[in-house]
Structure formats: structure tokens, C-alpha cells
Write a protein that binds this ligand. Structure first.
Ligand SMILES: NC(=O)c1ccc[n+]([C@@H]2O[C@H](COP(=O)([O-])OP(=O)(O)OC[C@H]3O[C@@H](n4cnc5c(N)ncnc54)[C@H](OP(=O)(O)O)[C@@H]3O)[C@@H](O)[C@H]2O)c1
Length: 278
């Protein structure tokens, strides 16, 4: 139950751990939580990048009682010990762990005939097994607290195909299955699990593939809003899911894609679809 008098989007106080939180969508989610009053631990493999992100995140709001709302940790989601260290760091630094955002990700573009089993397994290991690993480690703390919120970053590839990214697509489909399993199994521990499926947002993971490329142009032709999204436009969804406004949302995938999935054959820009006189 939520307190009806409170701001439904209040995220003052929760502690949030974000894998892949030093860049792109993960970093924008970190910013949104910090601006809302949460404390955030961001982690990824490249410590320079993490340090830089923490510096920027720390400057977003005035520190409360001298305590920075942002901290960083070296995190490789493919390694058990690294994941355990990150969860421990959240507890050591901020005293609890309320929200986990799984935003770590890597991309592989290859014709499917050329994908080697090890390529496939590497992608799966980061996106799926890495997500499971963090969910288990963070979930143990959340179960003790009888309170927690997990947000897994899925993709448009969880629903429709984009050629030559089969390993990524398979992993992002698996994220939906994993999210539903967690939602179903862990609700009794006070833990909700949801996913966000972003549309196309130019970041380090895909810039080369979609910025000023034929693929990028075709994506825009199939996006009713006729533009890419920004990481900030994805971040609000994470705040919603973790806030009192999202307290009954469980097992859901929130698609934020400018209408891409709704567009069918993508003819919103065809001559017959233009407003009269345009
Ligand atoms: N951008 C889009 O259009 C889009 C659309 C749909 C879904 N997504 C998903 O959104 C998530 C974030 O991607 P992004 O667009 O923000 O790209 P990004 O800026 O490249 O972020 C991905 C982050 O994951 C980290 N990472 C990679 N492997 C890791 C590992 N083993 N352990 C820990 N961290 C790891 C990377 O940092 P290090 O290299 O330092 O580890 C990087 O900071 C990904 O899951 C991606 O698949 C993106």
C-alpha cells in the first residue's frame, strides 16, 4: 500500500545499484535518481569511466550531511566475486540496497551464419547470466529487507528482429523471461521485477550502427516520432517503476520507443499518411 498523501514519484532516500551506470542509459538513470533524492552506486569494468561518472553525478545536487549521493565500483557482471563486491559496497557505503538496475550491455553485429558459439555465449553471459547474478546477489539483501525493486534493461530486439544481431536479440528475449520469473517468484519476498525496453538511443553501444547509416535512416522511417530517443527519456521510466507510483507494477515491460513497435509497416511518412496540405 502507498501513502496517498505522498508525491507518487518520490524517490527520496532509496539506494540504487546500476550496472553499466557510468555511461549511456545507465548513467542517465543514475542522474534521474540522484536528482530525485536517491543514492546511487554505479559500476562497470572501466574504472576511469566510473570515476569520471561519479564526479559528475556528485555535482548534481548539494551533498546532504557532507555525504555524496553517488559512489562507484569496479564491476564485471560476468564474475561472481565482482558482483558480490559491488553489492557489499552498496551496503558498506549507503547501508541498504533498494533498487537494482541491470543496464550493463555489449553488442555483437554479425551475420547469423558466422556467429560462433563462444560469441553467442559471451553475449548471453553479460546480458542474461550477468543480470541473473546481480539479481541473486542484490535479491538476497532485498529479501532480508522484505523490500526491493529490480529493473532489467531489455530492448526493442526483445520483440522484433533487426538483422545480424541474433545473439543480442536472443539475450534480450531471455531478459523478459527472467524478469517475469523473478516477478512471479520473488513478489512474496517484497521484491518487484520489471523491464524497460528502450527504442533507439544513440550511445556507445550502437552509435556506429545507427548514426548517419542506412540502418539508422530506416529506423527513423519506421519511428512515428521520426527521431531517436535520448537516454534521459528512458530514465524517467526507471524512476516511475521504483517510485510509489509503480508500487503495483510487477512483471511488466515498459516500452519507450517513440512508437516504433506500434508502427507496423512504418508508413507514417508515406504520402497518403501526411496531413492535408503538408
Ligand atoms: N542505446 C540503445 O538504443 C539501447 C536500446 C535498447 C536497449 N539498450 C540496452 O541498454 C543498456 C545500456 O546500454 P547503453 O545504450 O547505455 O550503452 P553503453 O553506454 O555502451 O552502456 C553499456 C555499459 O555496460 C557496461 N558493461 C559492458 N559489459 C559489462 C560487464 N561485463 N560488467 C559491467 N558492465 C559492463 C559498459 O561499461 P564498461 O565497458 O566500462 O564495462 C557500458 O558502460 C544495454 O543493456 C543495452 O543493451 C540500449
Amino acid at each position: 500500500m502507498t501513502n496517498k498523501a505522498c508525491n507518487p514519484f518520490d524517490v527520496t532516500g532509496p539506494v540504487v545499484l546500476i550496472s553499466g551506470g557510468a555511461s549511456g542509459i545507465g548513467k542517465a538513470i543514475a542522474e534521474a535518481f540522484i536528482r530525485g533524492g536517491a543514492k546511487v552506486l554505479v559500476g562497470s569494468r572501466t574504472m576511469d569511466k566510473v570515476d569520471h561518472a561519479v564526479k559528475e553525478l556528485s555535482q548534481l545536487v548539494e551533498p546532504k550531511d557532507g555525504e555524496s549521493p553517488a559512489a562507484g565500483v569496479a564491476l564485471d557482471v560476468t564474475k561472481d566475486a565482482s558482483v558480490d563486491r559491488a553489492v557489499k559496497k552498496a551496503i558498506d557505503t549507503f547501508g541498504r540496497l533498494d533498487v537494482l538496475v541491470n543496464s550493463a550491455g555489449v553488442m555483437l553485429r554479425k551475420p547469423t551464419f558466422d556467429i560462433k558459439p563462444e560469441d553467442f555465449n559471451n553475449i548471453h553471459e553479460t546480458h542474461v547470466t550477468g543480470t541473473l547474478r546481480l539479481c541473486q546477489a542484490a535479491g538476497r539483501i532485498m529479501r532480508e529487507q522484505h523490500k526491493g525493486c529490480i529493473i532489467n534493461i531489455a530492448s526493442i530486439s526483445s520483440f522484433v528482429d533487426l538483422v545480424e544481431v541474433a545473439a543480442y536479440a536472443a539475450a534480450k528475449n531471455a531478459i523478459l523471461g527472467l524478469t517475469r520469473s523473478l516477478a512471479n517468484e520473488w513478489a512474496k519476498f517484497g521484491i518487484r521485477a520489471n523491464a524497460i525496453a528502450p527504442g533507439f538511443v544513440p550511445t556507445d553501444i550502437n552509435r556506429k550502427m545507427i548514426e548517419n547509416t542506412d540502418r539508422g535512416r530506416r529506423i527513423l522511417e519506421h519511428t512515428p516520432m521520426a527521431r531517436f530517443g535520448s537516454a534521459e527519456e528512458i530514465a524517467g521510466g526507471a524512476v516511475y517503476l521504483a517510485s510509489p507510483a509503480g508500487s503495483f507494477v510487477n512483471g511488466h515491460t515498459l516500452v519507450i520507443d517513440g512508437g516504433y513497435l506500434a508502427s507496423g509497416i512504418g508508413d507514417s511518412f508515406a504520402p497518403w499518411a501526411r496531413p492535408e496540405g503538408a
